[in-house]
Design a protein around this ligand. Sequence first.
Ligand SMILES: NC(=O)c1ccc[n+]([C@@H]2O[C@H](COP(=O)([O-])OP(=O)(O)OC[C@H]3O[C@@H](n4cnc5c(N)ncnc54)[C@H](OP(=O)(O)O)[C@@H]3O)[C@@H](O)[C@H]2O)c1
Length: 313
Amino acid sequence: MKKVIYKQFGGVEVLELAEVPQPALTPGAVLVRVKAVSLNPLDWKIRQGEMKLVAGSKFPKGVGIDFAGVVEAVGEAVSGFRPRDEVFGLMDVFKGGALAEYVVVPDADLVLKPANLSFAQAAALPVVGSAALQVFDQLVAVGPGTEILLNGASGGIGMVATQLARQRGAHVTAVVGLAGVAQARQWGSDVVLNYREHDVRHLGRRYDVVLDLSGKLSFHAARSLLKPTGTYINTVPGPREIVGSFLHNLVSQQKYRVLMLKPTPAYLRELAALAARGLNVVVSQTYPMADFQRAYAEVARGGVVGKAVLTVP
Ligand SMILES: NC(=O)c1ccc[n+]([C@@H]2O[C@H](COP(=O)([O-])OP(=O)(O)OC[C@H]3O[C@@H](n4cnc5c(N)ncnc54)[C@H](OP(=O)(O)O)[C@@H]3O)[C@@H](O)[C@H]2O)c1
């Protein structure tokens, strides 16, 4: 089968389309014919060698974490899926490998695709949706009246986080690029600001929660945007931020949280349920699998509203 792999860290030029053996089915796993795979910033951060500590340096590596497709076969211990079921799910976040004609995944990492979602929309959800659910489940409580600032709200996590925050009754201020202004409004943001016109560090307001999805707003800069007991969440923490947040939380009323994504089967099931109830999943760019180099190069440059997805023939 065809699979996109790389044998050294680097730019999109290290990606190659290889002919590899189809992965073997194991008793508790499911063989899926892949139809769509989403693109995530984690893909290029790992490929560029920025996450060696957690992703390791063993090659060849695959790319693509979340996918949607059709069940081809199930292991003998699997009872929840049957051949021809339409499903979506995710690979091990740091190993990837979804950008292939077939994947084998444990049945817990898979869920039935709601009929109202296309394969592309379903593939767009697992990573960003799990991240958004984890933020509100583990890092900060958001409820009626919570004032939340989402910096980078028109990307993947922002798409889900905006809708979840609004469902919980929060007041959402979305900071986005020009291309994302209309979409951020449609997802329910109460206030939408273009980051090229407004310097987020000087908005003259304070928030209960500042969720930075851009990777550009440090805790130091965000402090002046936080109420005295507000919470800042960093989604791109390195070792310094992880230690810094721990130490800071020992002495301050303002909380400093870091996201370290741990998708769970419960999040995946919740995402399927949310999607079936009408979560708005926007895939603004699709590329055929054969264009994988162009897709990763273009999407990494930014400007994508919602998600970008590769379709597998
Ligand atoms: N820690 C973890 O475990 C974990 C897990 C998943 C994701 N992440 C990280 O979380 C971040 C968000 O993920 P995502 O999937 O939502 O990424 P995304 O789709 O690329 O969204 C990021 C958004 O930030 C916006 N942005 C860029 N520069 C900005 C600025 N100066 N001010 C305000 N917004 C700006 C971008 O807008 P434009 O494109 O229009 O510029 C884009 O919409 C990524 O860095 C990702 O790697 C971390």
